[in-house]
Every structure is written in structure tokens, then in C-alpha cells.
Design a binder for this molecule. Structure first.
Ligand code: RB5
Length: 149
């Protein structure tokens, strides 16, 4: 699978571990930075990964910051991105099965690397339960625009 990865300084080390794991598993990885632990602003990498997914350069994205929260908030501003913050295996599984999450967000400062890589494995291997209620609900998300109903 083609996967775009990105991080800020707070997620740089875990992003490197994620990239290594994905490459070992035979995935094609596009690394959109950052490339050191120098301070950076997470919305920039979130935008880069979101655009890679929306443009079809990547089928999935992985974003890492200190908590995962900023990346998730920023990535979900991009229509068509379904970014899931996954601190547990179950979040990753359900994010794929029910929400068809196309971007995984994790927090390097809150999730140990072994656990994060196990979460990544679940995210990469769990299919969406397509059709039926989950598809209908995602359709409703995708038809949302603006802040009013
Ligand atoms: C950076 O210090 C930190 O705020 C960032 O990595 C992230 O956790 C934001 O949500």
C-alpha cells in the first residue's frame, strides 16, 4: 500500500519507527517530514499528509505529534480525510471497521513505541465493514459542509 507519513518534532522519533515498520512490511512510504526533532508546527505536516491522501498519492496516512490530538484536529479539516486518534488497538480496529479511517494519528509522548507499532499493524490490516450502516454514516459525514445544519 502507498502510505504518507508525517510528524512534528514531538512525533519525529515515532514517525521514524513507523516508517521503518511500513517499509519492512513492503509498503511504499512517502515521508513528508519533519526530518529532525527541531521545533515545527504540526498543521503543516497534517496538511501535507492530508493532501497526499486526497490527491491519491497515498491510500493511507499516518501522523504523529506529541499527543496525536493536534494532528487529528488539523487533518480532519480536510474534506475526505477521516483521521482517527488511536491510543489503543481497539481504536485502530474500530476506526477502520466502522469509520473507514484513512489517516491514523498517534501521540509519541503518550503511546510507547511497541504499542504504537501494534496499533499501526491493526490500522494497516483491518478492512472497512463496507456497505450498510457504516457506509451510510460516512456518507453523512462526507455530505457535511460548514458548521450549520
Ligand atoms: C508540541 O509541543 C505538541 O504540542 C504537539 O506535538 C502536539 O502534541 C499537539 O497536539
Amino acid at each position: 500500500m502507498r502510505v504518507a507519513v508525517g510528524a512534528d518534532h514531538g512525533g519525529y522519533n515515532l514517525k521514524e519507527a513507523v516508517k521503518k515498520r511500513l517499509i519492512e512490511q513492503g509498503h511504499e512510504v512517502e515521508d513528508l517530514g519533519v526530518f529532525s526533532d527541531q521545533a515545527s508546527d504540526y498543521p503543516e505536516q497534517a496538511a501535507a499528509v492530508a493532501q497526499a491522501v486526497l490527491q491519491g498519492r497515498a491510500e493511507r496516512g499516518v501522523l504523529v505529534c506529541g499527543s496525536g490530538l493536534g494532528m487529528c484536529i488539523a487533518a480532519n479539516r480536510f474534506h475526505g480525510v477521516r483521521a482517527a486518534l488511536a491510543p489503543t488497538l481497539d481504536h485502530a480496529r474500530l476506526g477502520r471497521q466502522h469509520n473507514n479511517a484513512n489517516v491514523l494519528c498517534m501521540g509519541e509522548r503518550l503511546t510507547p513505541v511497541d504499542q504504537a507499532l501494534a496499533i499501526l499493524d491493526v490500522f494497516m490490516t483491518t478492512p472497512f465493514e463496507s456497505g450498510g450502516r457504516h457506509q451510510r454514516r460516512i456518507g453523512k459525514i462526507e455530505s457535511c459542509s460548514g458548521g450549520r445544519s
